[in-house]
Design a protein around this ligand. Structure first.
Ligand code: NAI
Ligand code: 13P
Length: 342
């Protein structure tokens, strides 16, 4: 196809598969890398990612491999769809194999504990000189594969990379908006996972729509308060990668984070809830890191503190919910922009 690019997607899970298949359907020459050789061979042969997205037939332009060198040779764009826990180690592996001008895009919605580092900051540290970006928005892997209409955000200081990602991903069912605020877009994507767990828990307790609406709105207020203290622009949270993704994951059981919360709301233990999902739920680690950071910065985050108390301090959900209702009745709208320097 004229204008077709070689694209690599790193990660054999649900989102890696969705992005790889989507760009392949748009006519690009796509390689999806997964570390497990047997899984790669089986997926390549059967044209189905049976473990993570059973029932979807993969596009013929998509090659699945466990050979990192083969995948990366000649690749112009590299999407990193690896959970935050392993993100840096995979980026270190690709470093010597990348084409000199390859653009690298994170799709992960998590935070590295050391230094409260976001994934694109890891790209910045490890891959000096490469154009980098973050892709984030209301994008369930499964719905993307079903060609349900949605939109996403590509955030980068590098306009050429933004345009290039818009070209390879846009389709009649997928709108790709650009944003220069990489930090804000990425922070929103990581923070919303916390509130998806909270909303899942509330749903399991049988709460109604009034409660859901209040939780969503106060989540946004809390996220913005935290963002301002970190020097980020909270107005970015009004876009698809902020409020868009918050609404999505806080209201749907397609979200793994929401499902973790729902299971805990039903009285299951955290380990059991995570095991039953069998996929990554980034919010569980993110809430630990955000609680620590909020304490350090003295930011009032009652939902984060409440969730932390349930997950890691053994407090019953009902007790925490009751306490939350007795907390400080603060300002309704908190989009005060103090300063932002990211
Ligand atoms: N699934 C979704 O709908 C979306 C997920 N995301 C984000 O994308 C990231 C990846 O998520 P999913 O693909 O959904 O996770 P997943 O749990 O479905 O799959 C994770 C994949 O990463 C692989 N992996 C883990 N450690 C690795 C290592 N050291 N080396 C190589 N491969 C490794 C696993 O083998 C697995 O194939 C997460 O940060 C998630 O928040 C973002 C948007 C939507
Ligand atoms: O971020 C997502 C959709 O935009 C996926 O959310 P979960 O990781 O909770 O499944």
């Amino acid at each position: 196809m004229p204008g077709s690019k070689k694209i690599v997607v790193l990660g054999g899970g649900s989102f890696g598969t969705a992005i790889a298949n989507f760009t392949a359907s748009n006519g690009h020459d796509v390689y999806q890398w997964m570390r497990n050789e047997e899984q790669a061979l089986n997926t390549q042969k059967s044209r189905e990612n049976a473990r993570y997205l059973p029932g979807f037939t993969l596009n013929e332009n998509l090659q699945v491999t466990s050979d990192l060198g083969l995948a990366l040779t000649g690749a112009e764009l590299v999407f990193v769809s690896i959970p935050s826990k392993s993100f840096r180690s995979v980026v270190q592996q690709i470093k010597p194999l990348l084409e000199p001008n390859a653009g690298v895009i994170s799709t992960a919605k998590g935070i590295e504990p050391q230094g409260f580092t976001l994934m694109s900051q890891i790209l910045e540290e490890e891959l000096k000189g490469h154009p980098i970006a973050v892709l984030s928005g209301p994008n369930f892997a499964k719905e993307i594969l079903q060609n349900q209409q949605t939109g996403t955000v590509i955030a980068s200081e590098n306009d050429a990379l933004v345009t290039s990602v818009q070209e390879v991903l846009s389709s009649p069912t997928f709108r790709v908006y650009g944003n220069h605020d990489r930090y804000g877009v990425e922070l929103g994507g990581a923070l919303k996972n916390i509130y998806a767990i909270v909303c899942g828990m509330a749903a399991a307790m049988g709460t109604g729509k009034n409660t859901q609406a209040m939780l969503l709105t106060r989540s946004l207020a809390e996220m913005s308060r935290f963002a301002v203290e970190l020097g980020a622009n909270p107005l970015t949270f009004l876009g698809l990668s902020g409020v868009g993704d918050l609404i999505l994951t806080c209201t749907s059981d397609l979200s793994r984070n929401y499902r973790v919360g729902f299971s805990i709301g039903l009285g299951k233990g955290l380990d059991q809830a995570i095991e039953e999902i069998g996929q990554v739920a980034e919010g569980v680690n993110t809430v630990k890191l955000v609680k620590q950071k909020a304490d350090e910065l003295a930011v009032y985050m009652p939902l984060v503190s409440g969730l932390h108390a349930v997950l890691f301090e053994g407090l019953p959900v009902a007790e925490v919910a009751k306490k939350l209702m007795q907390g400080e009745q603060n300002h309704d709208v908190e989009f005060t922009v103090k300063h932002y320097d990211h």
